[in-house]
Design a protein around this ligand. Structure first.
Ligand SMILES: [Zn+2]
Length: 284
């Protein structure tokens, strides 16, 4: 949330499943003033899932990256990684778009729009040279970046794009990064080092990326559902297109083996636990 005398702007809207929490957070943050604008760094379900509800409640102007516009116009469930990943989001409208090189006014600062393809081909980030702040979306986190999809649905440029985006960040004057997930962080050089190291691991071994991608996609679904019957998991990994394609293209497991492997990996990572015949999201 970025405040200015002309009104507040919120960047990204979170998961559809978190809408009530998102609305009350925004309500508290605007504190009686006006939410004038909702801006998206990219249109994945965990960044635009609250768009429709925010529009309904606050009637704000909504702006999205230019590259996402045709996907939103046609509600392209594949390109938006919705049904293909067993994800959902309520359809929303947008009022205008912005693109690389544009300038946005948010929170009393001018922000330059910078293309940030990789995790999402149409993603952008926002940089304020004056405040030395970067709103990075999923292009850079304190530890890593948003999942990148190996060759999937015919697209195989994500690794090279991710490298170019990280290099673009390294050329910016930034003291603090406000990421799409996790707390704001400084020490941008160290975060970039971690991100490049991770990227190199994927570049050297695409299977590592495929395995990571499968784990992230299942833990995303699990976060939304809270729990899934273990007995249904083999059918689930065979049915959800993104998991099925990762398996047929890279992993080559039986659905039963893939389900067992994924449950074990999520448990090892502390993202899930098994009990009473269910796979539970951590914390539920
Ligand atoms: Zn994303």
């Amino acid at each position: 949330m970025l405040h200015a005398s002309s009104g507040a702007t919120v960047v990204d809207s979170g998961y559809g499943a978190h809408v009530p929490q998102t609305l009350s957070l925004i309500e508290r943050a605007v504190a009686g003033k006006k939410l004038v604008r909702l801006v998206n760094t990219h249109c994945h379900s965990d960044h635009m899932g609250g768009n429709a509800a925010i529009q309904k409640k606050f009637g704000c102007r909504t702006s999205i990256p230019e590259g996402e516009a045709p996907l939103i116009d046609h509600w392209d469930e594949q390109a938006l990684i919705l049904a293909v990943a067993d994800q959902r989001a309520e359809r929303f409208r947008y009022d205008d778009t912005f693109r690389d090189g544009d300038t946005l006014e948010m929170g009393g600062y001018e922000w330059r729009v910078i293309a940030a393809p990789g995790h999402d081909p149409h993603a952008v980030m926002f940089h304020s040279p004056e405040a030395r702040l970067l709103i990075s979306g999923d292009a850079l986190w304190e530890s890593g970046f948003g999942v990148i999809f190996p060759q999937l649905f015919g697209r195989n440029t994500a690794l090279a794009e991710t490298r170019a985006t990280l290099e673009a960040i390294s050329r910016l004057q930034v003291d603090v990064v406000i990421p799409g997930h996790g707390r704001p962080f400084g020490e941008v050089g160290a975060a970039l080092e971690r991100a490049f190291y991770r990227l190199e691991g994927y570049e050297e071994d695409i299977l590592r990326l495929a395995r990571h991608c499968a784990k992230v996609m299942l833990s995303f679904s699990l976060m939304e559902k809270r729990s899934m019957p273990l007995a249904d998991l083999p059918a689930y990994v065979a049915r959800v297109p993104i998991l099925a394609e990762l398996n047929s293209r890279y992993l080559g497991m039986t659905p039963t083996a893939m389900a067992e492997w994924l449950a074990g990996e999520l448990e090892r990572a502390g993202a899930a636990r098994r009990g009473r015949g269910l796979l539970w999201a951590a914390g539920s």
